[in-house]
Design a protein around this ligand. Structure first.
Ligand SMILES: C[S@@+](CC[C@H](N)C(=O)[O-])C[C@H]1O[C@@H](n2cnc3c(N)ncnc32)[C@H](O)[C@@H]1O
Length: 240
Protein backbone atom coordinates (compact mmCIF):
# COMPACT_ATOMS: atom_id res chain seq x y z
CA UNK A 1 0.00 0.00 0.00
CA UNK A 2 1.46 3.42 -0.88
CA UNK A 3 2.29 5.54 2.14
CA UNK A 4 1.15 9.10 2.75
CA UNK A 5 3.91 11.71 2.80
CA UNK A 6 3.52 14.08 5.75
CA UNK A 7 4.77 17.63 5.59
CA UNK A 8 4.62 18.46 9.26
CA UNK A 9 7.91 20.25 9.74
CA UNK A 10 8.91 22.41 6.80
CA UNK A 11 12.62 23.37 6.73
CA UNK A 12 13.58 26.84 7.95
CA UNK A 13 14.28 28.20 4.43
CA UNK A 14 10.79 27.19 3.33
CA UNK A 15 9.24 28.87 6.39
CA UNK A 16 11.05 32.13 5.53
CA UNK A 17 9.91 31.94 1.91
CA UNK A 18 6.31 31.36 2.99
CA UNK A 19 6.54 34.28 5.40
CA UNK A 20 7.81 36.53 2.64
CA UNK A 21 5.05 35.38 0.24
CA UNK A 22 2.39 35.79 2.90
CA UNK A 23 3.46 39.39 3.66
CA UNK A 24 3.48 40.18 -0.07
CA UNK A 25 -0.01 38.65 -0.51
CA UNK A 26 -1.83 39.62 2.72
CA UNK A 27 0.15 42.44 4.30
CA UNK A 28 1.93 42.49 7.66
CA UNK A 29 -1.15 42.63 9.91
CA UNK A 30 -2.90 39.61 8.41
CA UNK A 31 0.36 37.68 8.33
CA UNK A 32 0.88 38.41 12.06
CA UNK A 33 -2.69 37.24 12.69
CA UNK A 34 -2.08 33.97 10.88
CA UNK A 35 1.24 33.51 12.62
CA UNK A 36 -0.44 33.96 16.01
CA UNK A 37 -3.05 31.35 15.06
CA UNK A 38 -0.31 28.92 14.07
CA UNK A 39 1.42 29.41 17.43
CA UNK A 40 -1.86 28.83 19.30
CA UNK A 41 -2.57 25.73 17.26
CA UNK A 42 0.93 24.33 17.97
CA UNK A 43 0.39 25.03 21.68
CA UNK A 44 -2.86 23.04 21.66
CA UNK A 45 -1.10 20.17 19.90
CA UNK A 46 1.70 20.28 22.44
CA UNK A 47 -0.72 20.31 25.39
CA UNK A 48 -2.67 17.34 24.03
CA UNK A 49 0.52 15.58 22.94
CA UNK A 50 -0.77 15.04 19.41
CA UNK A 51 0.41 15.81 15.86
CA UNK A 52 -2.34 16.59 13.40
CA UNK A 53 -1.00 19.55 11.43
CA UNK A 54 -0.12 19.42 7.74
CA UNK A 55 -2.12 19.13 4.59
CA UNK A 56 -2.29 16.36 2.00
CA UNK A 57 -3.91 16.81 -1.38
CA UNK A 58 -6.45 14.32 -2.76
CA UNK A 59 -3.90 13.07 -5.32
CA UNK A 60 -1.36 12.24 -2.55
CA UNK A 61 -3.83 10.04 -0.65
CA UNK A 62 -3.27 6.30 -0.28
CA UNK A 63 -6.70 5.59 -1.79
CA UNK A 64 -8.43 6.71 -4.93
CA UNK A 65 -9.73 9.89 -3.34
CA UNK A 66 -12.67 11.62 -4.87
CA UNK A 67 -11.92 13.87 -1.91
CA UNK A 68 -10.50 17.24 -1.06
CA UNK A 69 -7.53 15.70 0.73
CA UNK A 70 -6.56 16.13 4.35
CA UNK A 71 -6.60 19.35 6.28
CA UNK A 72 -7.35 19.45 10.02
CA UNK A 73 -10.21 21.52 11.41
CA UNK A 74 -8.86 24.80 12.87
CA UNK A 75 -8.97 24.57 16.67
CA UNK A 76 -10.98 27.79 16.92
CA UNK A 77 -13.63 26.39 14.54
CA UNK A 78 -14.04 23.19 16.52
CA UNK A 79 -14.26 25.18 19.77
CA UNK A 80 -16.97 27.43 18.31
CA UNK A 81 -18.97 24.42 17.08
CA UNK A 82 -18.83 22.45 20.31
CA UNK A 83 -19.74 25.51 22.39
CA UNK A 84 -23.11 25.88 20.68
CA UNK A 85 -24.31 22.35 21.35
CA UNK A 86 -25.59 20.43 24.32
CA UNK A 87 -23.76 17.27 25.32
CA UNK A 88 -25.61 14.77 27.49
CA UNK A 89 -22.85 13.04 29.46
CA UNK A 90 -22.59 9.31 28.83
CA UNK A 91 -25.49 9.42 26.36
CA UNK A 92 -24.34 11.28 23.25
CA UNK A 93 -22.23 9.69 20.54
CA UNK A 94 -19.99 11.79 18.26
CA UNK A 95 -18.88 10.65 14.80
CA UNK A 96 -16.30 12.43 12.65
CA UNK A 97 -16.68 11.35 9.03
CA UNK A 98 -13.27 11.63 7.35
CA UNK A 99 -11.37 11.99 10.64
CA UNK A 100 -7.90 12.20 9.07
CA UNK A 101 -5.22 12.36 11.79
CA UNK A 102 -7.92 12.56 14.45
CA UNK A 103 -7.85 16.18 15.60
CA UNK A 104 -11.64 16.51 15.91
CA UNK A 105 -11.89 13.01 17.42
CA UNK A 106 -9.38 13.86 20.15
CA UNK A 107 -11.01 17.24 20.81
CA UNK A 108 -14.50 15.70 21.03
CA UNK A 109 -13.17 13.07 23.41
CA UNK A 110 -12.11 15.81 25.84
CA UNK A 111 -15.89 16.20 26.41
CA UNK A 112 -18.00 13.59 28.22
CA UNK A 113 -19.44 11.84 25.15
CA UNK A 114 -20.39 8.20 25.65
CA UNK A 115 -18.45 7.26 22.53
CA UNK A 116 -16.39 9.11 19.95
CA UNK A 117 -15.77 7.46 16.58
CA UNK A 118 -13.64 8.55 13.64
CA UNK A 119 -14.35 7.11 10.20
CA UNK A 120 -11.42 7.35 7.80
CA UNK A 121 -10.73 5.70 4.46
CA UNK A 122 -6.96 6.18 4.49
CA UNK A 123 -5.12 3.40 6.33
CA UNK A 124 -2.08 5.62 7.03
CA UNK A 125 -4.16 8.48 8.43
CA UNK A 126 -6.21 6.04 10.56
CA UNK A 127 -2.99 4.74 12.13
CA UNK A 128 -1.87 8.30 12.92
CA UNK A 129 -5.30 9.03 14.43
CA UNK A 130 -5.08 5.93 16.67
CA UNK A 131 -1.62 6.99 17.77
CA UNK A 132 -2.89 10.49 18.58
CA UNK A 133 -5.76 9.08 20.66
CA UNK A 134 -3.28 6.97 22.65
CA UNK A 135 -0.99 9.98 23.19
CA UNK A 136 -3.86 12.16 24.44
CA UNK A 137 -5.49 9.45 26.56
CA UNK A 138 -4.76 11.07 29.93
CA UNK A 139 -6.58 14.25 28.79
CA UNK A 140 -9.75 12.52 27.54
CA UNK A 141 -13.11 12.44 29.33
CA UNK A 142 -14.62 9.90 26.94
CA UNK A 143 -13.56 6.33 27.65
CA UNK A 144 -14.58 4.79 24.33
CA UNK A 145 -12.73 6.36 21.41
CA UNK A 146 -12.15 4.43 18.20
CA UNK A 147 -11.28 4.74 14.53
CA UNK A 148 -13.04 2.72 11.81
CA UNK A 149 -10.96 2.41 8.64
CA UNK A 150 -13.37 2.25 5.72
CA UNK A 151 -15.20 4.26 3.13
CA UNK A 152 -17.82 6.50 4.74
CA UNK A 153 -20.36 5.17 2.23
CA UNK A 154 -20.02 1.70 3.72
CA UNK A 155 -20.13 2.72 7.37
CA UNK A 156 -23.21 1.53 9.28
CA UNK A 157 -24.42 4.51 11.29
CA UNK A 158 -24.66 3.40 14.95
CA UNK A 159 -28.28 3.69 16.08
CA UNK A 160 -27.28 5.89 19.04
CA UNK A 161 -25.21 8.43 17.03
CA UNK A 162 -26.27 11.96 17.99
CA UNK A 163 -23.50 14.31 16.79
CA UNK A 164 -22.14 14.10 13.25
CA UNK A 165 -19.06 16.14 12.31
CA UNK A 166 -18.22 16.79 8.66
CA UNK A 167 -15.22 19.02 8.11
CA UNK A 168 -15.29 19.29 4.33
CA UNK A 169 -14.51 15.59 3.93
CA UNK A 170 -15.85 14.64 0.53
CA UNK A 171 -17.74 15.63 -2.59
CA UNK A 172 -21.52 15.69 -3.00
CA UNK A 173 -22.13 12.12 -4.28
CA UNK A 174 -20.34 10.65 -1.22
CA UNK A 175 -22.09 13.12 1.06
CA UNK A 176 -25.47 12.19 -0.42
CA UNK A 177 -24.92 8.50 0.23
CA UNK A 178 -23.76 9.19 3.83
CA UNK A 179 -26.86 11.35 4.40
CA UNK A 180 -29.11 8.57 3.09
CA UNK A 181 -27.64 6.18 5.64
CA UNK A 182 -28.06 8.74 8.43
CA UNK A 183 -31.69 9.36 7.46
CA UNK A 184 -32.41 5.61 7.37
CA UNK A 185 -30.84 5.21 10.82
CA UNK A 186 -33.08 8.01 12.16
CA UNK A 187 -36.19 6.44 10.63
CA UNK A 188 -35.38 3.10 12.24
CA UNK A 189 -34.28 4.62 15.57
CA UNK A 190 -35.86 8.08 16.02
CA UNK A 191 -33.66 10.38 18.12
CA UNK A 192 -32.21 13.88 18.29
CA UNK A 193 -29.24 14.37 15.97
CA UNK A 194 -27.10 17.35 15.01
CA UNK A 195 -24.79 17.72 12.04
CA UNK A 196 -21.89 20.15 12.08
CA UNK A 197 -20.80 20.87 8.54
CA UNK A 198 -17.91 22.98 7.27
CA UNK A 199 -17.06 23.73 3.67
CA UNK A 200 -15.29 26.47 1.72
CA UNK A 201 -17.49 29.53 1.26
CA UNK A 202 -17.13 29.43 -2.50
CA UNK A 203 -19.20 26.20 -2.62
CA UNK A 204 -22.96 25.94 -2.26
CA UNK A 205 -23.92 24.21 1.00
CA UNK A 206 -25.86 21.11 -0.15
CA UNK A 207 -27.30 20.56 3.34
CA UNK A 208 -29.46 23.66 2.83
CA UNK A 209 -31.45 21.63 0.27
CA UNK A 210 -32.02 18.61 2.52
CA UNK A 211 -35.67 18.80 3.66
CA UNK A 212 -35.17 16.88 6.93
CA UNK A 213 -32.33 19.14 8.11
CA UNK A 214 -32.90 22.51 9.73
CA UNK A 215 -30.12 25.09 9.94
CA UNK A 216 -29.85 26.20 13.59
CA UNK A 217 -26.52 28.03 13.79
CA UNK A 218 -24.15 29.61 11.34
CA UNK A 219 -20.92 30.16 13.21
CA UNK A 220 -18.69 33.16 12.93
CA UNK A 221 -15.12 32.09 13.52
CA UNK A 222 -11.74 33.53 12.75
CA UNK A 223 -11.87 31.48 9.53
CA UNK A 224 -15.25 32.84 8.42
CA UNK A 225 -13.64 34.62 5.49
CA UNK A 226 -13.09 31.32 3.64
CA UNK A 227 -15.12 28.81 5.59
CA UNK A 228 -18.82 28.33 6.22
CA UNK A 229 -19.41 26.43 9.46
CA UNK A 230 -23.02 25.54 10.11
CA UNK A 231 -25.01 23.42 12.54
CA UNK A 232 -28.12 21.50 11.46
CA UNK A 233 -30.71 19.58 13.46
CA UNK A 234 -32.44 16.55 12.00
CA UNK A 235 -36.23 16.99 11.93
CA UNK A 236 -37.89 13.85 10.63
CA UNK A 237 -41.60 13.88 9.67
CA UNK A 238 -42.48 11.98 12.86
CA UNK A 239 -40.70 14.63 15.01
CA UNK A 240 -42.22 17.75 13.39
C1 LIG B 1 -10.59 17.79 5.37
S1 LIG B 1 -10.09 16.26 6.12
C2 LIG B 1 -10.94 16.38 7.66
C3 LIG B 1 -10.09 15.98 8.85
C4 LIG B 1 -10.76 15.88 10.22
N1 LIG B 1 -12.16 15.62 10.14
C5 LIG B 1 -10.56 17.11 11.06
O1 LIG B 1 -11.54 17.82 11.25
O2 LIG B 1 -9.46 17.37 11.53
C6 LIG B 1 -11.08 15.09 5.18
C7 LIG B 1 -10.74 13.62 5.43
O3 LIG B 1 -11.77 12.83 4.81
C8 LIG B 1 -11.17 11.61 4.38
N2 LIG B 1 -12.05 11.00 3.36
C9 LIG B 1 -12.26 11.41 2.09
N3 LIG B 1 -13.13 10.62 1.45
C10 LIG B 1 -13.52 9.67 2.36
C11 LIG B 1 -14.43 8.59 2.32
N4 LIG B 1 -15.12 8.30 1.22
N5 LIG B 1 -14.59 7.84 3.44
C12 LIG B 1 -13.89 8.12 4.57
N6 LIG B 1 -13.01 9.14 4.67
C13 LIG B 1 -12.83 9.91 3.58
C14 LIG B 1 -9.82 12.06 3.83
O4 LIG B 1 -8.90 10.99 3.78
C15 LIG B 1 -9.43 13.14 4.85
O5 LIG B 1 -8.64 12.59 5.88
Amino acid sequence: MPTVELHNQPPFGLVLRRLYESIAERGVLNTCHRFWRTIRSRLREWRLGIRTTGSISGSEMDFDAASFGYQPVPYASFDAAIRCMTIRPDKDVFIDYGCGMGRAVVLAATYPFRRVIGVERSGSLSEIARDNIARASSKLKCAEVSIATLDAREYDVPNDATHIFLFNPFDEPVLASVLTRIRRSLEEHPRELVIIYALPKCRHDPLLDVPWLKLTHELKTIDSDWQRLAVYEARMESQK
